[in-house]
Design a protein around this ligand. Structure first.
Ligand SMILES: [Zn+2]
Length: 329
C-alpha cells in the first residue's frame, strides 16, 4: 500500500515547532504556511493533515495503517478538503469557499473530531472569496483546522493574515536539498546545477529535470544573445516564447536579470555565460528592467488579461534599445 506523506527533510524545524504547539494543546484553528513556491509547503500541509487526522500518529507523522490514514492515502477522507483553483483557472471560485461552510458545520466522521481544510495558494482568493472564508475562520468551534498556503503572503488581506498563525518556510538548506535531488536525478553535479538554476528551490529543480528544462533554458539564453547581436528580432523571440508558460518565461527573464544585477553589484558569477555580454549595462537600468519584469509577472499571475506576444515583444524591444543606447554612450 501507499506510504503516508511525511514532511521533507529540510522542514524538520517547522515540523518540530508545530509538534510543540500540538503537545501543549495550542494548535491554532488557522495556520498560514508562507514562503517561496516550489519548496514543498503543500507536502508539509498534507503531511500535517494526515498527522492530525491519524488515529495513532508518531512524532514523525501519520501511521499509514489506521482507517483515517487509509482514507487519507486514497484521497477519500470525509474529514479532509483541499481547495485550489480549478484546472485552467488562476482564481479560487467563491462557491468553492462557500461550500466549506457546510463542511465546517458538520460533525467530523472520525473519533478525533477534527476536520482539515488546505487552501492553496491563498493569494488565489479575491476579496469576495477571502471574505467568505473569513466567515469560516470566525467560527473556531467547529473543530475545523484551516491550513492556508501562500507564496506571496504580502498579497493576502490583513484580516486573513491576522487570523492565522504564520509558519515561515525559507529556501532549504542546500546540502539537504542536494542530497534529496541527487537521489532523484542520480548525479551530484547535475543536482547542484539544477538547484542553482532554480534558486535553491528543490521542487522547481526537479521539475526542470523532468521537463528537460536545462535545455529549454539554454535555448532561452541563446535567444537573448541573438537579440543583442541582431541574429533575431524582438518579434521573432516573442513568437518563439508566446506559447510557453508565461510565468515560466518571466521567471527565466527575472532570474537572469537578478543574476546580472548580483554580478554587477557583488561580483557573483553568472550562471549563463551568454549573459556576460550584458554586464556593462548601467546597473540601475538592469534593476529597472527587472522591476518591470516582476510587475508584469505579477500581472500575469493575477490573471490580468494581457497579450503575451505583444508584452514580450515590447519588453525585448525596450531591452535592445537600452543596450544599444548604453553601448553608444
Ligand atoms: Zn494513521
Amino acid at each position: 500500500m501507499a506510504e503516508p506523506l511525511l514532511a521533507y527533510s529540510w522542514q524538520m524545524s517547522q515540523w518540530h515547532d508545530l509538534q510543540r504547539l500540538i503537545e501543549s494543546g495550542r494548535l491554532p484553528h488557522a495556520l498560514l504556511l508562507a514562503g517561496p513556491d516550489s519548496i514543498g509547503k503543500l507536502r508539509f500541509a498534507k503531511a500535517l493533515a494526515g498527522f492530525l487526522l491519524c488515529e495513532s500518529p508518531s512524532q514523525v507523522g501519520a501511521c499509514g495503517q489506521c482507517r483515517s490514514c487509509h482514507f487519507q492515502i486514497d484521497a477519500s477522507n470525509p474529514d479532509y478538503r483541499e481547495i485550489c483553483p480549478d484546472e485552467g483557472k488562476r482564481q479560487i471560485g467563491i462557491d468553492q469557499v462557500r461550500g466549506l461552510q457546510s463542511f465546517s458545520a458538520q460533525h467530523a466522521h472520525r473519533d478525533k473530531g477534527r476536520k482539515i481544510v488546505i487552501i492553496h495558494p491563498a493569494e488565489a482568493m479575491n476579496v469576495y472569496t477571502a471574505n467568505a472564508l473569513l466567515k469560516t475562520l470566525e467560527e473556531p468551534n467547529s473543530g475545523t483546522i484551516l491550513i492556508l498556503i501562500s507564496h506571496t503572503s504580502s498579497q493576502l488581506l490583513p484580516t486573513i493574515r491576522s487570523r492565522c498563525v504564520q509558519l515561515r518556510f525559507g529556501i532549504p538548506d542546500s546540502s539537504l536539498a542536494e542530497s534529496w535531488l541527487r537521489d532523484y536525478v542520480g548525479d551530484a553535479e547535475l543536482s547542484k546545477k539544477l538547484l542553482l538554476e532554480a534558486g535553491g528551490r528543490p521542487l522547481a529543480a526537479r521539475q526542470t529535470f523532468d521537463e528537460d528544462g536545462l535545455a529549454v533554458r539554454e535555448s532561452f539564453d541563446a535567444a537573448m544573445s541573438a537579440l543583442l547581436d541582431g541574429g533575431k528580432t524582438a518579434l521573432q523571440v516573442a513568437l518563439e516564447l508566446k506559447d510557453k508558460d508565461i510565468l515560466q518565461v518571466f521567471d527565466w527573464w527575472c532570474s537572469r536579470l537578478m543574476e546580472l544585477s548580483r554580478h554587477q553589484l557583488a561580483g557573483v558569477p553568472l550562471l549563463a555565460n551568454s549573459w556576460a555580454s550584458y554586464k556593462n549595462l548601467p546597473a540601475n537600468l538592469v534593476m529597472q528592467t527587472l522591476q518591470r519584469g516582476l510587475e508584469l509577472r505579477s500581472g500575469f499571475s493575477r490573471g490580468v488579461a494581457l497579450n503575451k506576444q505583444l508584452v514580450l515583444e515590447t519588453l525585448f524591444l525596450e531591452w535592445v534599445a537600452l543596450c544599444k543606447r548604453s553601448a553608444a554612450s
